[in-house]
Structure formats: structure tokens, C-alpha cells
Design a protein. Sequence first.
Length: 167
Amino acid sequence: TRQLIMATNTAPSFTEHTAPSSGSTVGPYSISFTYIDEDEVDVTVNGVSKTKTTHYTFASATTIEFTNAGTPPNSAAIKFQRDTNIGSKKVDFQDGSVLTETDLDSSTDQLLFGLQELSDDYVKRDGSQTITGNLVFEGSTDDNNETTLAITDPTADRTITIPDRSG
């Protein structure tokens, strides 16, 4: 018999913390993932986006500290999430140029990180998917009209089964 083994993403693209319930919540808080540029790390506190330098700073490549203006409240949910820019190439290789380890690593990291983020956002190997937020359906015409499926915060585990029929 043949066994199919599928690779799974073992390198998360995010780190979650809970601010202490008392005392200083400024940090430092660790970052458990690698990234290419500090501007590609999104920071949220209780689901609200924070701004670099206004609300937080990078104390080092692996830690973030909050400023006085951004100090999280006690017991706040803190999330650092890598959001690699894949809209353009980090490195544009040229004919006849010298290939450097830095350029090759940067180019490979951009692809790897983008795939890891996609996997963290959308792909589960066990067939399940956890979605945070609403599902928005555009329809066949990209316009200002959408259908949104919104879920209230659950108070217990629930299962909704969609029947096998049209209409």
C-alpha cells in the first residue's frame, strides 16, 4: 500500500500574548516568527490595529514594547502577525549581476512567508477551517453590494449543518 504524507505548516506567522492582569503591560513581548521588514508585522490589541512608533516600537528584532500611548489594558489580547508584501518582488535579479546569499534568501523568504501566511489564513489539513470575522460574498459583479454572513461570538461550541438541497 502507498501512504500519502502531506506537509503541514509548522512555522506560524503570528504570535499571541495576553497582557498581565495587573502591573505593567508595556512589555517587552516576544515575536516567535521571522520577518523581512518591521513594516510587515501587524500589531493588534483586542482586535484593534496599532501603529508603529505611535503605539509600539521594536525593542529588538524579536521583541515589541508598547509606548505610553499604546499601552494595552490589563488582560488584553495582543497579536503580532506577519503580513509579507507579495505585491512586488523584493529582489529584481539582473543578467550578469552577482548572486548574493542575501538576495537569494530575501527572495526565497518572501515566497515562503507568503505561503505560510496563506496557510495560516485559509488551509487546514484536517478539513476544518476557523474563520475570524465575517464572510463577505461579492457576487458575479464587483460593485458596492455584497452579502455578509456574520456570526455572533459563540458562548458554546455549535454545529450548523447546511442541507443537501437547492433553494
